[in-house]
Write a protein that binds this ligand. Structure first.
Ligand SMILES: CC(C)(COP(=O)(O)OP(=O)(O)OC[C@H]1O[C@@H](n2cnc3c(N)ncnc32)[C@H](O)[C@@H]1OP(=O)(O)O)[C@@H](O)C(=O)NCCC(=O)NCCS
Length: 167
């Protein structure tokens, strides 16, 4: 089994979209509300602001119906900023059942770390459900429970609040 990690291009958005839906199903969450067209628009492929980047893990032995390598794992991240400077938010990480516990998650995580180091990123953020065993994986990768360490509370404003806003 030869695994390669590469950055997803515009052509890869259908598989990124599928993996996002697979991740939601794995986590027993509602399917993402975004569409494939949103990914084409928001990946910065046509010189616009890039809201995310994605990395794909491929196994040379796993091909799609056209005989092309297809992803067996992915991560989707966004560029961010904080008072330490450049940051990355790691949003999604999934390795297909068939390839779990073979080091693919670590390869994807290390690829983000490598990119972070090469581009002067000083912080990688992520959050995970309290009941998700992936916490152990993240801790193995060096992640610290910042909520515990720094007493943070994680907030989010949902779309209904944004849409209700009147200037
Ligand atoms: C979390 C996930 C990406 C890990 O991927 P993986 O390819 O199975 O992990 P790896 O084989 O690369 O494991 C790397 C290390 O983490 C450890 N590890 C991985 N998952 C672990 C778990 N659930 N509990 C304890 N340790 C774990 C491995 O033992 C390994 O340790 P080692 O380096 O000492 O050998 C994968 O389990 C997954 O896709 N889970 C479902 C989706 C999910 O929960 N994603 C995160 C939330 S968005």
């Amino acid at each position: 089994m030869t695994i390669t990690i590469r950055r997803a291009t515009k052509n890869d958005m259908p598989i990124v979209f599928k993996m996002m839906n697979d991740l939601a199903a794995t986590l027993k969450q509602n399917a993402p509300s975004i569409t494939l067209e949103d990914l084409y628009r928001d990946g910065g492929f046509d010189g616009d602001l890039s809201y995310f980047f994605a990395l794909l893990a491929e196994d040379s032995k796993v091909k799609d119906s056209k005989g092309l390598p297809t992803a067996i794992g992915f991560t989707l991240c966004s560029h961010s900023y904080c008072w330490d400077g450049r940051a990355i938010y790691m949003r999604n990480l999934l390795v297909n059942d068939s390839h779990r516990a073979t080091g693919v998650g670590k390869m994807l995580f290390n690829a983000v770390l490598r990119y972070a180091k090469q581009t002067g990123v000083n912080r990688i953020e992520l959050h995970v459900c309290k009941t998700n065993p992936a916490q152990k994986f993240y801790e193995k990768m060096g992640a610290i429970n910042a909520a515990e360490k720094e007493g943070h509370v994680y907030y989010r404003l949902y779309k209904d609040v944004i849409n209700k806003f009147h200037a």
